[in-house]
Design a protein around this ligand. Sequence first.
Ligand SMILES: [Cu+2]
Length: 299
Amino acid sequence: MQHDPEMMETPGEAFPTDPSGLPEATGPALLELGDGEVLELHVGAVAKRLGDATVRMLGYNDSIPGPTLKVAQGSEIVVHVVNEGDLDTTVHWHGLRLENRYDGVPHETQAPIPVGGEFTYRIQFPDPGLYWYHPHIREDYTQEMGLYGNIVVVPTEPDYWPPADRDLVLTLDDILLEDGKVAPFSPYETTYAAMGRFGNLMLIGGQTHYRAAARVGEVLRLWLTNTANTRVFNVRLPRPDEAGRRGQRPGRASGVRRGGAAGPVGAGGRRRASRPAGRADSGAPDPRPVLPAGDRLGR
Ligand SMILES: [Cu+2]
């Protein structure tokens, strides 16, 4: 039977835009989930600061991106989703091999979760790597509004990944702001063909000015998920001397060599990052910021 869920399920004249009184969006928590554990995942509206604007967006558990899930290969978790978003939703588990009935395809593998409704997923992780989750109804709107999160599946085999001191698990996104608001979407139909539109503000891990610091010689492994619904990103790490010129804390990353050529991040084992080139004060000791341990994904 032919159906057009986009046309039938979205109520109202326009999606709400007022952020007042909403919880402020947080950054993603890193949730380590053991075999059989239950994750409560709540879809709801949040207030998010983007540059000078505070806009109404949607978050999983009030965060943008949603929580980063860290699980072991071969494990299985239960995800209980409660939908208090703006419209029907499902959660699709991007790239995961799982039971079809939990794949989050509306009408095909499950009924949409109405606003005020809930659904329980049973998610398996047979393969190691980086995956992500997002809605599968009106993702032109709901994904742009912040509904996406990363999943890292840690391999059973200890040497499956090259060694790294730390992992940074990030999302790359863009969002279109006009007059201090997220540019509107039609509540009746997918507004942009091919499920997307270009934004004018770039978001790394949900932040407009993401920064990370690393010690000289430390190997950082970057996990990047493009959650933009149409943009392809040209990713580059700032050279240490560039970071210094801008008055930022130097961000030295593995794979960044003098001259700005970026090698494969995290591949090929340890490599010394270059020191700032040609700085008059090069005799000064390198700052060695204390790094948070919370985002370590090591086995
Ligand atoms: Cu997907």
